[in-house]
Design a protein around this ligand. Sequence first.
Ligand SMILES: [Zn+2]
Length: 368
Amino acid sequence: MKTFFATLVLVAICIVSLPTTVAHASALKIVQKPVSFGYKTVASTRPRTIDTIIVHATYNPTLKTQTFAGAFSEWKANAVSPHYAIDRVGVIYQLVAEKNIAYHAGVATLPNGDTNVNTRSIGIEMIYSNKDTPSAAQYASLQALIKNIQSRYNIGYILGHKQISPGRKVDPWNFDYTKISSLFMPATSVFAPPVTLSTTIFQRAIAPLTIAQQSVMQQYSYRARCPVSLGDLRAINVSYHDFNGAVEQGTLVVHKSIAPQTVDAFQALFNQKFPIHSIRPIDEYQGMDASSVAADNTSAFNCRPVSGTSVLSQHAYGTAIDINPKENTNVKNTLTAAVVSIMKNFGFQWGGNWTAKKDYQHFSTNGK
Ligand SMILES: [Zn+2]
């Protein structure tokens, strides 16, 4: 009934707009450029499930100006193809029908461990030199295309090629991941949404994970072979001062054994008006550390190895917290001795004290 009514409204709108030359706002302009290579046809009797979008970048090193034709010859030479491509002025091209499997990801692994990335994904290539960034028009078209795809499928992941093929791929290079994450925050619906508080009194809460939070985490941060159970993790809410001095409420996921001391530490930082950019669970960044870091987000639990190794990080145990990761990297530190001392008082050892390779954003209860 609801669908029927919606159809009627849609028909009515179409009729009204027919005499004018105004295009439908929702309709995307897409130039069709079907390819004869780089994809596999899927029988319509056994349609594939699409739940992932992968963003790539391509350029043609023989050309000074990057064009669709230049990129096309690269794909043709390698017998690969995306479903869509977006050129420098934002024109969207379609090369492969969405129902078919395009060869765009290669050897790759999704955060949930699935390696059949092409089978379940739609690939989008951004055409720009590796010395360049996407243009504003390209970002705008990318966002419009992703929204359009999201309206037709239940999309669980939107990732860059380098995020699923680390060490093998670097594209999309010089890319602003917030252009994607701003379109894609399904986890905000299960964790308390970020709020600016009117009170300047510290607000605190510790709660077991809800079923909805657990299922979102199983898709992102809670990966196979995780050393702790979801039942042993807690979602904690703490107040903090943002970089403008406003009081906000953030959410961290930590192991239950350190939840009280974590809240106490953030209360002490709050009392010092120590500024924090944002505090959100890593699941709001699809469990991807690089995306959370790019957003300068403070976070704790993430079942992942120490970057560049196969050793599980203390974040995988829920006993480590990264604070203001953009201001504090392995070569840059903005944390004062007072901040480090507060964390120490509540049982957190600082990665800035490590002798081998320092990690200034990192605090953990066992010093690892
Ligand atoms: Zn860390």
